[in-house]
Design a binder for this molecule. Structure first.
Ligand SMILES: [Zn+2]
Length: 259
């Protein structure tokens, strides 16, 4: 760690499951811009973004037909998203297309929108980030099938890869996953995700999937589970569907909770 990275200031948002409601992403960035007095540096999105570019993408999403909808991603115009949005995969994504497109991370997916990939770690905007897409199948998976449903599962090898890349990068600021880590709320989360938190000891772990806002700690890591965005099908109020953070002097502070 050198002085330069110590003194870098980065402001960023974490946003919960979007499910095609990209107008809410635009709104959250605008709200954050108002609070900060400047555009935040980037957005991290915890999966189920449903960034569907066209009917082909839509056809590859694992979702019951009555919920199959294009959403608003394809209607976005250049400049609508004032800062780059980096998303991971949840369990409702066009995985066939994401897997085909994934080359070097991050993969450009739209104007100011990037797919981080199945698993990995890298420095983005002064933040050391590790991530894992997908959800856990009942038992740990070593080989993934190609059906829409099977593509939503992560592999044990991808969990290991996130850890390995994270350790190589070192000093991880943030872990981004769709699933929750286990042990933060009764009956929720997975041990594999928790093993990533415990191995990398990030300052912050953000996750989604349950469409519920929750805070916990694992060791020195603050775990923030994000609610789904308004309109994305959660019950009750949308408290905690986005959060604004500032990294300064090597620390990460949550400076606002949206909802
Ligand atoms: Zn969801």
């Amino acid at each position: 760690m050198n002085n330069q990275s110590q003194n870098t200031k980065t402001t960023f948002l974490a946003i919960g499951d979007v499910h095609g409601h990209w107008d809410q992403v635009i709104d959250a960035i605008k709200s954050a811009t108002g609070l900060l007095g400047h555009v935040p540096d980037l957005v991290l999105q915890v999966g189920d973004a449903e960034a569907l570019r066209n009917e082909e993408d839509l056809a590859t999403v694992h979702v019951p037909n009555k919920y199959r909808s294009m959403g608003l991603f394809s209607a976005l115009e250049p400049g609508d998203l004032a800062c780059p949005v980096y998303f991971i995969g949840g369990n409702h994504e066009p995985y066939e297309m994401l897997d085909a497109a994934e080359e070097a991370s991050p993969t450009k997916w739209g104007d100011n929108v990037y797919y981080l990939g199945r698993s990995g770690a890298m420095t983005i905007g002064g933040l050391n980030i590790a991530w894992l897409s997908g959800i856990q199948r009942g038992e740990t998976l070593t080989i993934r099938g190609t059906s829409r449903k099977e593509r939503t599962y992560y592999l044990e090898a991808e969990v290991d890869f996130a850890k390995r890349k994270g350790l190589m990068l070192g000093n991880i600021d943030i872990v981004v996953t769709h699933d929750w880590p286990s042990g933060i709320r009764e009956g929720r989360g997975t041990d594999l995700i928790r093993s990533i938190t415990e191995k990398l000891e990030p300052k912050l772990h953000v996750c989604g999937h349950m469409h519920a806002s929750h805070e916990a700690t694992i060791g020195k890591t603050a775990v923030h589970a994000l609610n789904a965005v308004p309109g994305a099908g959660h019950s009750g109020n949308p408290y905690g569907w986005w959060r604004l953070y500032r990294k300064e002097h090597g620390q990460i502070r949550n400076i606002y909770v949206g909802g």
